[in-house]
Design a protein around this ligand. Structure first.
Ligand code: NAD
Length: 255
């Protein structure tokens, strides 16, 4: 296993849900964590609880990603970058009055989930590549992205979200091949339905709960952020794990 004691790490979206759970497990493994998130209140609270630091970061901005990387490197060699910041903005291709979907809304989701992920991972990788190798095998660090089962099981109204997560899946292999040369492993975890604040309230939350019936677990239930964090930690600490897309959905299959 990769030893994270004395290292630093970045978790985008670390203020909530899956990212928060991953940040807690990274800290427990001895890494100093930068919570890089837009949510200042929740992010600062989590960072204080785990002995890390909060950096207000919009993943779509290069200067914010640089600030997160800088804060991490100041605490120790950067060994892990978890890209959990993400969101959805559901909407049908044409609405009830047959008007087309707003292009700005579509672009917003792609910008945060796909381009934001590439922005942070490329800047984290640049810092990792400049560091001394950590293990006898010459590895320098690990990157873990969050995709979604929506990359494979598209639901009505989720075109932008599915496209963004399909993009994250699609870029995993080329980036892993690219960064292998400098000892950085890249993996993606694709969650099913996880009990986090991402679904908010209202119509979207109702849609989410309706899918619970597809659970094949007994008793039927949603996944927990902590259970996703186990897989994220495996991607980081298992030196043979590379270029994987791990679907972690409790066996759920949406119709
Ligand atoms: P969450 O809403 O609990 O947390 C997401 C965090 O990302 C929030 O703290 C939010 O402030 C932050 N964020 C949003 N936009 C940002 C931006 N531009 N810059 C920085 N931070 C930003 O969500 P979650 O359920 O923990 O989801 C984590 C990841 O897993 C997301 O990428 C999501 O798409 C993916 N995912 C979640 C589920 C699920 O069922 N919860 C399923 C599949 C995939």
């Amino acid at each position: 296993r990769v030893n994270l004691e004395g290292s630093s790490s970045i978790v985008t979206g670390g203020a909530s849900g899956i990212g928060e759970a991953a940040a807690r497990q990274l800290a427990a493994a001895g890494s100093k964590v930068v919570i890089a998130d837009l949510n200042e209140e929740k992010g600062a609270k989590v960072a204080a609880e785990i002995g890390g630091v909060f950096v207000k970061c919009d993943v779509t901005k290069t200067e914010d990603a640089d600030a997160a990387v800088e804060a991490a490197v100041a605490m120790g060699p950067l060994r892990a970058c978890v890209n959990s910041a993400g969101l959805g903005a559901p909407g049908r291709t044409i609405d009830r009055d047959n008007n087309p979907h707003d292009l700005g809304r579509f672009a917003f989701v792609i910008n945060v989930n796909l381009i934001g992920t590439f922005n942070v991972l490329s800047r984290a990788a640049a810092a990792m590549a400049k560091q001394e190798p950590m293990d006898a095998d010459g590895s320098r660090g690990a990157i873990v992205n969050l995709a979604s089962c929506a990359a494979f099981d598209g639901q009505i109204g989720q075109a932008a979200y599915s496209a963004s997560k399909g993009g994250v899946v699609g870029m995993t292999l080329p980036i892993a091949r690219d960064l292998s040369a400098v000892g950085i492993r890249v993996n993606t975890v694709a969650p099913g339905l996880i009990d986090t604040p991402i679904y908010g309230e209202g119509e979207h939350a109702e849609q989410f709960k309706a899918h619970l019936g597809q659970s094949v677990l007994f008793p039927k239930r949603l996944g927990q952020g902590e259970e996703l964090a186990f897989a994220i930690m495996d991607c980081i600490t298992n030196p043979y794990m590379n270029a994987e897309v791990i679907r972690l959905d409790g066996g759920i299959r949406m119709p």
